[in-house]
Design a protein around this ligand. Structure first.
Ligand code: AHR
Length: 803
């Protein structure tokens, strides 16, 4: 899998002024002595790089970098030399917590502010340092343990059957102290069998060595808690050398590996394929944070004394979605390499076959590390951190020809996986891709202002051995940097196809994204109404990761409010679930529908009524308002409801269709990520038979929908299933369900009171009402229901918009 990110800055006009600027900056540069503790891990290298790339001469800094080689004595010597040199600031990444009082006292006496970064110091007087920025290591430990607790509980493993060894970090470092404490607390609270704690010094070699030893000493280890990724890699080597398997299936002899950091690429790949069960992120990108502190101090301000960084939890297992720790809820980020579409059980007591692997469509919204970073960084910081290999101030702007000649990473790149090199040319203002087999494509022209450029990424997202190529056009303009004119190119059926994402006028080409933007802003979407801060292929190659800025975009007082969205998260091999919306016309231009059709399956008018009835009832209860559901989501919910109730066995004996509160919440949680309390049901409508109610039968609380009524009260929209086909696939049955969403004009509803009768329409009747102009057809949709041989199924939605 090739994965490259390159930024080509077009234009070079900005350069001319730069040399005189840097001369004046050098005169007034800020000198910083940075005592880094060592180079023991990938985390550390990344942290050093973040500091070096932030404090550059260009930006007016003079950075003196000293590597302490894991020895506190070396760090003390370095600090003394910084004092002697009279630096403006001392930045210390301390190897251990204790033993800093006297040298920091000397810095204080010399009047040099000290900023502590990453690990903490334990000093008698906290005025010895100005401030600290880093991770909450104790919380990191608690997150790993809470994940383990929930994961193993879901598998029915007794706490006393967890036989755990801890490969600790450097003893006395706050990273070790916090993470070890988290584990010890959980072990004591839940009765886990914590067999041994031994240091691995945060290194791969030591991790391997101590794990090998512990595997000899204990024959029942089933969990190894590695206090960083490098130790985890070493531990995995030892596990494999001992003929054992690292993975999440403890019951069948796996050793479950937990880790921290999420920086090393192999560790992340292991996390995606399940070799490492869970990684709690430890974020190393402190350079820009320290810079902000220095800017605050320079301007006479007082930075926060302690600044904790937000961090994610990564896993490929879907069983645990949220971690609740001390009253806070932390979302778990599920990584996937596209191979593991592990089905998720959403109902475990009613019907063992009720499983689904898919959610609401092809767009998911979840804050991820990039989103979290955006809250902390300025957009400029983000771009300099993430726009890798920025090519020196656009000096290749006028270059025409093979980019591989001047940018190493493009040289001899094999994009189509045939072992031969392909070429990327800069041609005019665009790019030409020429593949070894003679195929290729040319992009349109990009605007080539001095402050603009492109980021090009490629990764084989659909694993057909040909990379998908993303070209994102950036500007670093006065209103702040942003992206537009961005598309993905994919090799589909022997041709290169373009999948536009945002065009040069800032129009968005994904309906899902547009819908999300209007939901998020509460206003109809208008082109250019929000900005896009960055776009990239997400780490797992599953989708296109867009960072959307919903903030105000004027001038320096810009307020940023970012959210991270992933497009195509459930991509198909040919991206056919990419719904492309045309702007400016009502015409449908899209890749819809999936080109599948099969044997018709008859669907009775009765079933059509049933779907519509349920849908209408939910709508009437105001569920739509409450959860922000659309008509098709309601249809989805209705189908799930019917399935959970085993449609044919509906209990109508009380004049209602009933479902337990906990079953409803399973479904609501799954599709709408919310929960309904009993009081929510009451507040949605009057608690009587007419509107639905909560009732107790046999000691269980049921939510009951009346069999009658069910007008389109709230949104005047409803879906009608119009047909069903059975598609033969080699893995099992696939059904295609077509539905249409109809709307009812509110004036007509009010005037004639015709709403109440619509709930019981079947497709034919709906069409005739539409012909009479009583209803209008809002859009059509299709649901794909995939049934696997094991009885599990997935359900996905696709829509055509013709409004
Ligand atoms: O202090 C942070 C820790 O130090 C990281 O988790 C580890 O990898 C590093 O060496």
């Amino acid at each position: 899998m090739a994965f490259t990110v390159i930024t080509v800055l077009a234009g070079c006009g900005a350069d001319a002024d730069k040399s005189s600027d840097s001369a004046s900056q050098a005169a007034e540069s800020v000198s910083i002595g940075f005592s880094q503790l060592g180079a023991e891990s990938d985390w550390r290298s990344s942290n050093s790089m973040s500091m070096r790339s932030t404090f550059t001469r260009d930006k007016g800094y003079d950075l003196i970098f000293e590597d302490g080689q894991q020895k506190q004595s070396n760090q003390i010597t370095a600090i003394r030399s910084f004092i002697q040199q009279g630096v403006d600031y001392i930045v210390l990444a301390p190897v251990t917590q204790d033993g800093w009082d006297s040298v920091l006292g000397e810095a204080k006496e010399a009047g040099i502010p000290v900023i502590i970064v990453d690990r903490m110091v334990e000093v008698s007087d906290d005025s010895l340092f100005s401030c600290w920025v880093g991770s909450d290591f104790h919380l990191e430990g608690l997150k790993a343990c809470e994940w383990l607790r929930q994961y193993t509980t879901a598998q029915g493993i007794a706490p006393s059957d967890l036989h755990i060894v801890d490969i600790q970090g450097t003893i006395g470092s706050s990273a070790q102290i916090g993470r070890t404490a988290g584990l010890e607390e959980y072990a004591a609270r839940y009765g886990w069998d914590l067999r041994e704690e031994t240091t691995g010094d945060f290194t791969q070699a030591k991790g391997r060595e101590v794990m090998a030893q512990m595997l000899v000493t204990y024959n029942n280890i089933n969990v190894v808690y590695c206090e960083n990724d490098n130790e985890a890699l070493g531990a995995i080597e030892a596990i494999e050398a001992a003929g054992k398997h690292a993975g999440g299936d403890i019951r069948n002899g796996d050793i479950l590996v937990l880790s921290f950091d999420g920086v090393n690429e192999t560790a992340l790949e292991y996390c995606m394929d399940g070799t490492i069960a869970c990684i709690v992120e430890c974020n190393p990108l402190h350079g820009p944070r320290v810079e902000n502190i220095i800017k605050t101090l320079e301007s006479g301000g007082t930075p926060d004394k302690l600044e904790y960084v937000n961090e994610d939890i990564f896993t490929s297992h879907k069983a645990v979605r949220f971690l609740d720790i001390d009253g806070e809820s932390y979302p778990v980020k599920i990584l996937s390499n596209g191979e593991n579409s592990e089905p998720e059980v959403i109902s475990d007591n009613n019907d063992a076959s009720v499983k689904t692997a898919e959610g609401e469509g092809d767009l998911v919204y979840e804050p991820d590390s990039l989103g979290a970073l955006a809250m902390e960084y300025s957009i400029e910081d983000l771009l300099t951190v993430y726009a890798v290999n920025m090519i020196e101030d656009g000096k290749y702007s006028d270059y025409q020809g093979d980019i591989g000649e001047i940018i190493e990473a493009y040289k001899n790149v094999d994009l189509n996986g045939d072992g031969k090199s392909d070429k990327i040319y800069r041609s005019g203002k665009g790019y030409e891709f020429e593949f070894s087999d003679g195929t290729g494509f040319k992009t349109g022209d990009y605007s080539a202002s001095p402050n603009e450029g492109e980021i090009i990424e490629f990764i084989d997202m659909n694993e057909d051995n040909v990379d998908e190529i993303l070209i994102a056009h950036y500007t670093f303009g006065t209103g702040g940097p942003g992206i537009w004119d961005t598309a993905m190119y994919s090799y589909v059926d022997g041709n290169w196809k373009t999948f536009p994402i945002i065009d040069r006028d800032g129009k968005v080409y994904s309906f899902e994204l547009i819908e999300y933007i209007s939901e998020r802003t509460g206003k109809p979407y208008e082109d250019g109404s929000v900005r896009f801060a960055s776009v990239s292929i997400d780490e797992a190659g599953n989708g296109i990761d867009l960072l959307v800025d919903f903030g105000h975009k004027d001038g320096p007082s810009q307020v940023y409010d970012y959210e991270d969205c992933v497009l195509f998260s459930n991509y198909d091999p040919d991206f056919s679930n990419y719904t492309l919306l045309s702007h400016g016309t009502d015409e449908i231009i899209n890749t819809w529908p999936l080109d599948i059709s099969g044997e018709s399956v008859s669907i009775s008018a009765q079933d059509q009524y049933a779907v519509n009835l349920f849908m209408s009832n939910f709508s009437e209860q105001g569920f739509g308002d409450y959860c922000g559901w659309n008509a098709d989501k309601l249809a989805h919910f209705a189908m799930e409801w019917m399935k959970a109730n085993k449609l044919t066995e509906l209990d109508c004996s009380h004049g209602v269709y009933a479902m337990t509160h906990s079953d409803i919440n399973r479904i609501v949680q799954k599709y709408f990520n919310t929960n309904l309390e009993e009081s929510d049901f009451y507040s949605l409508g009057n608690n009587n038979d007419y509107y639905g109610s909560l009732d107790k039968f046999d000691g269980e609380t049921y939510y009951c929908e009346p069999v009658a009524d069910g007008e389109m009260y709230r949104n005047n929209r409803f879906s009608i299933v119009s047909g069903m086909q059975k598609i033969n696939t080699d893995h099992g049955d696939t059904f295609r369900l077509d539905f249409s969403v109809y709307g009812l004009d509110t004036d007509l509803y009010d005037e004639k009171g015709i709403g109440k009768e619509q709930y019981s329409l079947n497709a034919e009747m709906a069409v005739s009402k539409a012909n009479e102009n009583i209803l209008y057809q809002a859009y059509e949709g299709m649901a794909i229901v995939d049934r696997s041989p094991d009885g599990s199924f997935s359900l996905r939605y696709y829509r055509i918009y013709n409004e």
